[in-house]
Design a protein around this ligand. Structure first.
Ligand code: IPE
Ligand code: IPE
Ligand code: MG
Length: 243
């Protein structure tokens, strides 16, 4: 039994559209209901002493959805950030983003930057929002930055290591996720944290994201604590003290 709580939890918040369809509602009603789930999960993580919570809020591929859905999602994000600032402050939460947030509408980007600035001194939970995020693109961006440094002579080719790559990813300074939760039953990673989930424990629940509660989070954490993370070693080796 792994006694520790995860230091970093990542979540693919999926199933808002299906939640709405089951109720005969427009997809955006599902996204709106999903915001309430975000609020409760953030508060629960802050309460549990989790260090990092990364939420996949909008993928780079999601820009290809119908225009009205994208517009509504951007509006919801803006409203969420404005409304939640007080709660983030109260809970000592620091907000960070990963992804190409420059792709966001200028007004939303402005709100995002101001919430990041207003919460940057907080040292409780770090809430990482993945916005216009693509795991493959993140790796491409890192490769480009590394190649630039090699061609300018700032970095030697033989010094490029896993650590070099990690230091050029958007998640620089953030530990790898211990637990990745995906709601709505889909068994795929959908271009989320590809590099960073090399040894992450996956937990999939059939619940749609708007129905995911603080109790469901606790259940996922309990399941995580039962897992044996072996990192390629044998169970006996792990019991003898790990690597
Ligand atoms: C997740 O819910 C939210 C985003 C991807 C922005 P979906 O909108 O993907 O819901 P489903 O998968 O269609 O049910
Ligand atoms: C992943 O969900 C992205 C987010 C949760 C923001 P999608 O609904 O976009 O993923 P696919 O299309 O089912 O793989
Ligand atoms: Mg989906």
């Amino acid at each position: 039994m792994n006694k520790t709580v995860p230091r970093h939890i990542a979540v693919i918040m999926d199933g808002n559209g299906r939640w709405a369809r089951e109720r005969g509602l427009p997809r955006i009603a599902g996204h709106r209901a999903g915001v309430a789930a975000v609020r409760s999960v953030v508060e629960e993580c802050a309460r549990h002493g989790i260090g990092y919570l990364t939420l996949f809020a909008f993928s780079r591929e999601n820009w290809q959805r119908p225009g009205d859905e994208v517009t509504a999602l951007m509006e919801l994000l803006d409203i969420f950030l404005k409304k939640e600032l007080a709660t983030l402050k109260k809970n000592n939460v620091r907000l960070k983003t990963i992804g190409h947030s420059d792709d966001l509408p200028p007004a939303v980007l402005k709100t995002l930057k101001s919430v990041e600035t207003d919460t940057r001194s907080h040292d409780g939970l770090t809430l990482v929002l993945a916005l216009s995020y693509s795991g493959k693109q993140d790796i491409v961006d890192a490769v480009r930055k590394i190649c630039e440094k090699i061609s300018s002579g700032e970095l030697a080719l033989e010094d490029v290591s896993e650590i070099t790559v990690e230091e050029h990813l958007a998640t620089k300074g953030i530990p790898e996720p211990d637990l990745l939760i995906r709601t709505s039953g889909e068994m795929r990673v959908s271009n989320f944290l590809l590099w960073q989930t090399a040894y992450t424990e996956f937990y999939v629940t059939d619940k749609f994201w708007p129905d995911f509660s603080a109790d469901d989070l606790k259940e996922a954490i309990d399941e995580f604590r039962k897992r044996e993370r072996r990192y390629g070693l044998t169970s006996d080796q792990m019991k003898a003290g790990g690597k």
